[in-house]
Design a protein around this ligand. Sequence first.
Ligand SMILES: NC(=O)c1ccc[n+]([C@@H]2O[C@H](COP(=O)([O-])OP(=O)(O)OC[C@H]3O[C@@H](n4cnc5c(N)ncnc54)[C@H](OP(=O)(O)O)[C@@H]3O)[C@@H](O)[C@H]2O)c1
Length: 321
Amino acid sequence: MMDAAVLHRLGEAPRCEPFPEPVAGEGEVVVEVRCASLKPVDRQLASGTHYASPKELPVVCGTDGIGHVGRGERVFFGGARAPFGAMAERTVVPRAFTFPVPEELDDDTAAALPNPGVSAWLALAHRGKLVKDDAVLILGATGVTGRLAVQIARLLGAGRVVAAGRDPEALRSLDALGANATIRLDAPAEELEAALVREAGPSGFQVVIDYVWGRPAEVFFAAITRREFAAMRAETRFVQAGEGAGAAISLSAAVLRSTAVTITGTAGIPSREVLAEAMEQVLAHAAAGRLRIATQRVALAEIEAAWDRETKGRRVVVAVR
Ligand SMILES: NC(=O)c1ccc[n+]([C@@H]2O[C@H](COP(=O)([O-])OP(=O)(O)OC[C@H]3O[C@@H](n4cnc5c(N)ncnc54)[C@H](OP(=O)(O)O)[C@@H]3O)[C@@H](O)[C@H]2O)c1
């Protein structure tokens, strides 16, 4: 038996307790875990509100982390086979979902950065098809993933990056990461709409990455709706990635008929090739100090108490050893 963050019932916090050891099957490896990250998706899965929430219990929580495989190679891993998970002394994953980690990255950064970094990279580069000089809007830019999206939009050559969030202090800190302007998402609807219209300017946003959905997304769509018959202008590619402000919105048909907006989402796990290329880029930029993430450590033994703790702008890293 090994120590693991075990979830017995959806809606509860996992507890650190003994769990059977994993055994590798065909194409799999056992990982000696060093640390795992605790992300919104881990909480959503355990709460039962995520589309991929576990159907059978108990399970070990945690979707990714870093650890050692084989003769001691340090890797970032994901995709543990249920009922195993990342928050345990050992887990089992497809070999294809292990990625070597550059020496320059400390354990906590190496565990915390790849998931939000790669997902932001893929959202911007693949789903948002960002090209040089595009104007980019990040809704939910004050969160861990949004902060990385601001930095990555810059690295990918965005001409202008507008960052929207609620927390005023976090918004102020985004200038240093490359934001050209910030917008308060908690402003009254008319004020928010006016700010979005102002920052979009005459040529609009070409890429929008949305980590919040709900009311801010509704106001955004109201802001881009044209109020007259007008010539079609450059496409806005809206990429849905998170739902912090609400799981559903009301979308007026006029939005889609008056403006060239395409609404897509992050669309599941990409192919191994696409994932590996994004991972390589993100890890190389992180190793060179061009991508930053704030972390906070908790011990696996304290997982139950730490599960729902508020850690504004910081990614919790669960230390296993
Ligand atoms: N699909 C994917 O590939 C993918 C990948 C990574 C993350 N995500 C999702 O994206 C979301 C953000 O992830 P994260 O890692 O950045 O989490 P996080 O660090 O907890 O950040 C949450 C963000 O959402 C904002 N927010 C929360 N509730 C809000 C509300 N009621 N109204 C407006 N804004 C609100 C926060 O704004 P303030 O802090 O300013 O209040 C902050 O910007 C989560 O839903 C996560 O599951 C999806």
